[in-house]
Design a protein around this ligand. Structure first.
Ligand SMILES: *Cc1c(COP(=O)(O)O)cnc(C)c1O
Length: 413
């Protein structure tokens, strides 16, 4: 069966129940009564599988986690209060002072600031690379490297990584590969392509309607035999491997990050995220087709569009071979100047101006004056932020309506 068709069948079945309430139950309780001291003891030592306290896990959130883990092919997942919460969870549960991150491609502004400004204050250094600097990436690996971090699609530079080649480097050097797959849920199976951990901002495509902030980290199982997490580099995790076996990365993430930092998801957001998840395959398939149509049409009318589906894009071949289900909802248009970009944004009747992406509605934003306003010029250049750059996230509207609105808005004064 067609890949997305199959997922449409699967997702509605996973979210709805066949008995009783069909829609997932919202368990809006911060704490849970244990009943007996024996049960309390069992819950705390892990032998009784009941909720302990909502910072460590909530039944509504657990349902969301199990669906995302299943769809992604992971052993388990941890939902968080936001996408940055998911990236923080992974960093805080794997890294110690003195460790290093190799960050490739992108990069989402919040992640860039976390790595360059915040984690650096805790003694964690990040080396930043473009997706194609494979030799430099290999040479940057050293005994302190703990994470290779990769964004599935450069946002907003639209560059595509060679994920298999980067996964090979991570495996050969026995380093955890973390992929931020926010822009490409379902389209790209990062765990299957060699990632160890996948992070999402579920705020974006997975919810899809701006109703809930959320994030999720999905983990692969620890292998029985050889596993990179059993090497001395990850000695902090060894006690979790002893206690939780295949589920060690979940246990480590829950204890070292959810319990100690508290970036936990809340039940209401998890519920709303599941409502979005139910229609995710339907939306992703439509949106990724529309992006290609809009990119091609706008380009043929002379707009400076950046999208890998265009033959002029440096990663066009990679798009055609490794991204056969598209690369998410984004494209960018360079209007050449801030004035021209602002004129377009004032005149579009269809796009909603906001910093979000992956919504049902088409969204647009001028990059240099908003998300990247605090970044200096060399950093903007590295991230591909030019003065006239507008990022567009294509929604569910007719692609032909989007094209005519954008053409009219780009011509208006
Ligand atoms: C939005 C976004 C994040 C952060 O997610 P929040 O839910 O806003 O915290 C991380 N990575 C990417 C690629 C994003 O687009």
């Amino acid at each position: 069966m067609n890949y997305f068709e199959d997922l449409n069948t699967k997702l509605v079945g996973l979210v709805g129940s066949k008995e009783g309430a069909i829609s997932p139950t919202i368990t809006s309780s911060a704490s849970f009564a244990y009943g007996t001291p024996e049960t309390a003891e069992g819950i705390f030592d892990g032998s009784v599988k009941k909720p302990l306290y909502s910072r460590m896990g909530n039944p509504t959130t657990a349902k969301l986690e199990s669906i995302i883990a299943e769809i992604e092919g992971g052993v388990g997942a941890i939902a968080t209060s936001s996408g940055m919460g998911a990236t923080s969870l992974v960093c805080m549960s794997l890294l110690s002072s003195g460790d290093e991150i190799i960050s490739i491609g992108g990069l989402f502004g919040g992640t860039y600031a976390l790595f360059s400004e915040t984690l650096s204050r805790f003694g964690i250094k990040t080396h930043f690379f473009d997706v194609d600097e494979l030799e430099a990436i290999k040479s940057a690996v050293n005994e302190k490297t703990k994470i290779i971090f990769l964004e599935s699609v450069g946002n907003p530079n639209m560059r595509l990584p060679d994920i298999k080649a980067i996964a090979d480097i991570a495996n050969e050097s026995e380093i955890a590969l973390v992929v931020d797959n926010t822009a490409t849920p379902l389209s790209l199976s990062a765990l299957k392509m060699g990632a160890d951990i996948v992070v999402y901002s579920t705020t974006k495509l997975i919810s899809g309607n701006a109703s809930a902030l959320g994030g999720c980290a999905v983990f692969r199982a620890i292998e029985n035999e050889y596993d990179k997490f059993k090497t001395p580099r990850y000695s902090d995790i060894h006690k979790f491997i002893k206690g939780a076996g295949a589920m060690a990365l979940i246990a480590n993430g829950k204890k070292r990050a959810l319990r100690d930092f508290g970036m936990s998801a809340n039940a209401h957001a998890s519920y709303q995220t599941m409502l979005g998840l139910e229609t995710l395959a339907l939306r992703v398939e439509r949106i990724t087709k529309s992006v290609e149509i809009v990119a091609k049409e706008l380009k043929s009318h002379g707009l400076k569009v950046n999208h890998p589906s265009l033959a002029s894009h440096p990663h066009y071949e990679r798009y055609m071979s490794d991204f056969i289900r598209g690369c998410g909802p984004l494209l960018t248009i360079d209007f050449g100047s801030k004035e021209a970009a602002f004129s377009f944004l004032r005149n579009t009747k269809l796009a909603t101006l906001t910093a979000n992406i992956g919504d049902s509605r088409t969204l647009a934003l001028h990059m240099a004056s908003t998300i990247y306003r605090d970044f200096d010029n060399p950093t903007r250049e590295f991230l591909g932020i030019t003065e006239g750059l507008v990022r567009v996230s294509i929604g569910l509207e007719s692609p032909h309506d989007i094209v005519s609105d954008f053409l009219a808005a780009s011509k208006a004064e």
